[in-house]
Design a protein around this ligand. Structure first.
Ligand SMILES: Cc1cc2nc3c(=O)[nH]c(=O)nc-3n(C[C@H](O)[C@H](O)[C@H](O)COP(=O)(O)OP(=O)(O)OC[C@H]3O[C@@H](n4cnc5c(N)ncnc54)[C@H](O)[C@@H]3O)c2cc1C
Length: 382
């Protein structure tokens, strides 16, 4: 048994789960042992957080358990990873050392609200699942005043998600009949709504939020937050409820092992390799540059595609085949309108001669596709 190659996967999110399942669906346990390590034992599709925010979901109804993985002959260890030793091919968790033949680093991005002075004390972190119930209660009680949604660093997970959040907040307030007395302001450090999607799609998203009387303030770089006050580089605004998208960084263990330079992410190419033999990195923990001004966005669909690419390459190597797969850069992100429809931002990052993006119509059918996307991942991976 000890000669069976061991693939260790750090992180059981989109990248890790897609890679593990792809390998297991190609090779049985006599050919490869697979272990996923994660400090938490559940997986949630990111956008379910916005449904907890608007009260249409609970946390418990939105997660799948990583403890189901052994049923698929994928080992699961719930523990915190504290060291990646690529010279001696082992990783250290809080309780053990685990050796590997192949390593897939899929540890995602860490939310760092503490990087913005005053944010933790005065605002909510919209992407933190622990804060969603309290956010929901506040949104459900507000009768008048100002709600601010603020992007506080780039890059951040799922570029359209904060816009979707603003549209869902608008919808909540409309249903309660208080929308006319609550102002919604959206602040971003970027000059346009979605730089990664280009000016045309950005204009359509601007029109969409404006049509719901949500004000988009561009090029607003936050410096600190005070009680009910946002301090940007050049001006100040007041708020009553602050929903922040805090800066994102890589996990500490990535910097400690020199896989990336603070505050950046692990640089990869389309083969998702690191400079170290048989060590790959996928998803939000990476930076895959496409053009001088653009990298692959941090989104589950891309983490999934990269995970499948790495899995294919590991399987090819285990079968002693020469060929190798490259990540195709194709994917789509949903944008729910708050009016029981959704559109999809379709992306082809490596289209020739330049990345292409398209915003589809907002339809009920796309909203069902969004629900199906979640159901499908939870059922095929866990
Ligand atoms: C509100 C919201 C809406 C979104 N909507 C979409 C969407 O419509 N479409 C889309 O494609 N994407 C969407 N996303 C983005 C998507 O959720 C992420 O891009 C995706 O989860 C990235 O996958 P990943 O595998 O790289 O990282 P993750 O899914 O974040 O997984 C990383 C895992 O590593 C674990 N980990 C990290 N450090 C350690 C450690 N030291 N020890 C042990 N375990 C560790 C974490 O616990 C985590 O489980 C959305 C995100 C949010 C927040």
């Amino acid at each position: 048994m000890s000669n069976i190659p061991h693939v260790v996967i750090l992180g059981g999110g989109f990248g890790g789960l897609s890679a593990a399942n792809e390998i297991r669906n190609s090779l049985d346990p006599s050919k490869v042992k697979i272990t996923i390590i994660d400090k938490k034992d559940w997986f949630m599709v990111g956008y379910a957080k916005l449904w907890i925010m608007n009260g249409t979901r609970t946390f418990e109804n939105s997660i799948g358990s990583l403890n189901e993985l052994p049923k698929k002959q994928i080992n699961f260890i719930k523990d915190e990873i504290i060291e990646i030793n690529y010279n001696n091919n082992f990783v250290k968790t809080k309780s053990e050392d685990i050796s590997f033949d192949f390593l897939i680093i899929s540890m995602g991005a860490i939310l760092a609200p503490e990087k913005i002075p005053g944010l933790v004390e005065n605002g909510f972190n919209l992407y933190d699942h622990n804060q969603l119930d309290e956010i929901h209660q506040k949104l459900d009680k507000i009768e008048s005043g100002k709600i601010a949604i603020v992007i506080m660093g780039m890059p951040y997970k799922c570029p359209p998600a904060p816009f979707e959040a603003s549209l869902l907040v608008d919808s909540m307030l409309r249903k309660r009949g208080v929308r006319n007395s609550v102002q919604i302001d959206f602040y971003s450090p970027a000059p346009i709504t979605l730089p990664a999607a280009g000016p045309e799609v950005s204009k359509k998203i601007l029109d969409l939020v404006n049509s719901e009387k949500i004000t988009f303030h561009n090029s607003k770089k936050i410096t600190r937050v005070e009680s009910k006050k946002l301090i940007f580089e050049n001006d100040e605004y007041t708020f009553d409820i602050l929903l922040a998208i805090p800066p994102h960084i890589a996990p500490k263990v990535i910097y400690d092992s020199n896989l990336a330079k603070e505050p950046g992410f692990i640089p990869i190419n389309r083969d998702c390799k690191t400079p170290h033999e048989n060590i790959f990195a996928v998803g939000d923990v990476t930076s895959l540059v496409v053009t001088d001004s653009m990298a692959v966005p941090k989104a589950g669909i891309f983490a999934e595609g990269e995970g499948i690419t790495v899995a294919k390459n590991i399987v090819l190597k285990l079968e002693s085949k020469e060929s190798s797969a490259l990540f195709d850069g194709k994917g789509g992100c949903f944008l729910e309108s708050g009016r029981d429809t959704a559109s999809i931002i379709e992306v082809d990052m490596f289209a020739d001669p330049k990345p292409s993006t398209r915003l589809t119509e907002s339809t009920k059918d796309n909203l069902s596709k969004k629900l199906d996307f979640e159901k499908e991942r939870l059922s095929k991976w866990l």
